[in-house]
Structure formats: C-alpha cells, structure tokens
Design a protein around this ligand. Structure first.
Ligand code: AMP
Length: 193
C-alpha cells in the first residue's frame, strides 16, 4: 500500500494536489477537514462540536480526531482496488502522528512518504483570503487564518522533525502552477513507490 501524508500549512495546496494524486495513483483520499465539514453540513452532534473549534481556527481534540480517523480509514480502504491512502490534514499534532503510526502498524501497514508543501506565509494568506471569497468558508477570514497559521507553526510543524528522523520527510516547493507542483510531487512518489 502507498500511504502518503500530504503535509503543509493551511493554503499550501494539500487538497488541490490530493485530488490529482488520488487519480494518478488510485488512492483513497482522507481529508479530515472535509470529513468535519460534511458532519457540520449534516448538522450532526459531531459536526456542531467540530464547528465550535473550526470557526475559531482551533484544532479538534486529539482523542476525538484519532477515533474518527481510524473509522474513516477502515471504511475508505475496504474497497479491493484501493492501492493506498493520501492523508490530507492529518496528523496535525505529535499525538496524532504517533496514533497514525500505531493505527497503520496494527493493520500491517506504514507511511510510505510525507510530502511537505513549502509556501511563504504572505502567499498562504493571500490564497486563503481568495478562497474565502470564492467559497464562503467561515474559517477563511483574516483573523481565523492568523489563528490557524499559529496553530500550524506551534502544534503541527514539530511533526516534521519526527518524520525527518524516520527518513520519510520530502520537501517540495509549493509555489508555481498546480501542474508544476504536481510534477514535483509525482517525481518524488515514483521514487518511493
Ligand atoms: P482543513 O480543511 O484541513 O484546513 O481543516 C479545517 C479545520 O478542521 C482545521 O482548522 C481544524 O479546526 C479542523 N481539523 C481538520 N483536521 C484536523 C485534525 N487532524 N486535527 C484537529 N483538527 C482538525
């Protein structure tokens, strides 16, 4: 199985690149943000709880996220043709990273590579403000974007060290055309696959 973590700040292009990657490598896409937004749209209890964090740019508590991830993973990978998974937006904390390794190990799998999309902060903010205008996402406003970037730098970037130690971290310049960035990521994946 090809299990890729697509890593990067909000607005770094994880979702956009995931859509191309799942097509090319026949992978299941697990976007924890999409899962939570679907729960919110369906007005479930989980969705309401998640939105109370998301709308402020904060992370949903680890234990809850880890439980959700395991059930989404099992559901998305039950199809026989599934060749692996793209994890988009998970893990976002060290405990989530540890839980992901354990969950995969219990299933006889492991992370193949972590692809980190590097984008300067000014460009992240510009992209997210534009997306907010286009989609109306309630966390794509200036104040919440700032909070999300703080969360990313403080809680998520420490994961890079963990993956670097494991020899799994690959950094890719996330600036340029979608096609060029996709070609950079594909070249990397072809090396580890
Ligand atoms: P995203 O679509 O990945 O940018 O996620 C949007 C929001 O969903 C985040 O700002 C968090 O509030 C929440 N979220 C998504 N994934 C996670 C996660 N792995 N852990 C905690 N919160 C998450």
């Amino acid at each position: 199985m090809l299990n890729i973590v697509i890593f990067g700040a909000p607005g770094s292009g994880k979702g956009t690149q995931s859509i191309n990657l799942i097509e090319k490598y026949k992978l299941a896409h697990i976007s924890t943000g999409d899962v939570l937004r679907a729960e919110k749209a369906a007005e479930t209890e989980l969705g309401k709880l998640a939105d109370s964090y998301m709308s402020k740019g904060q992370l949903i508590p680890d234990e809850l996220m880890i439980d959700i991830l395991a059930s989404v993973f099992d559901q998305k990978t039950k199809n026989e043709g599934c060749k692996g998974v793209i994890f988009d937006g998970f893990p976002r904390t060290i405990p989530q990273g540890t839980a992901l390794n354990e969950m995969l190990e219990e299933r006889g799998q492991k992370i193949s590579a972590v692809v980190s999309l590097d984008v300067p902060e000014e460009e992240l903010i510009e992209r997210l403000l534009n997306r907010g205008k286009l989609t109306g996402r309630n966390d794509d406003n200036y104040e919440t974007i700032k909070a999300r970037l703080d969360v990313y730098y403080n809680q998520t970037t420490p994961l890079k060290e963990l993956y670097e130690k494991d020899g799994k971290l690959y950094s890719v310049e996330g600036v340029g055309s979608v096609e060029d960035i996709f070609a950079r990521i594909s070249a990397l994946i072809d090396r580890v696959n």
